[in-house]
Unconditional design. Structure first.
Length: 95
């Protein structure tokens, strides 16, 4: 059985590092993180596409743009978010 590969979705880098450390302790492979810096606030058009793909990881804010929620998501889901963004507003920050 292969080791699950996860991407951490969290705005605060210190919390992201703590989550990564805990996940690694439990045998997960942390491949990177997605943060508010990973969603371009000026290029996001807020059409709800991200929320459809990863409803636990991204939410549409009152300001009309997507924001991360602070959960770990599968690497494939994270890459799908990046690939599906019509404006290219999402980028991954690799560990």
């Amino acid at each position: 059985m292969s080791t699950p590969r996860l991407l951490i979705v969290e705005d605060e880098s210190i919390i992201s590092r703590d989550i990564a450390q805990q996940l690694r302790h439990f045998g997960y492979e942390v491949v990177g993180q997605l943060s508010a810096r990973g969603i371009g606030q000026t290029t996001c058009v807020g059409i709800g596409k991200c929320e459809e793909i990863a409803e636990d990881a991204v939410e549409l804010g009152d300001d009309g743009v997507s924001h991360v929620t602070g959960v770990a998501v599968d690497e494939d889901v994270a890459r799908n978010l990046c690939d599906s963004c019509p404006t290219g507003a999402i980028s991954l920050v690799e560990d």
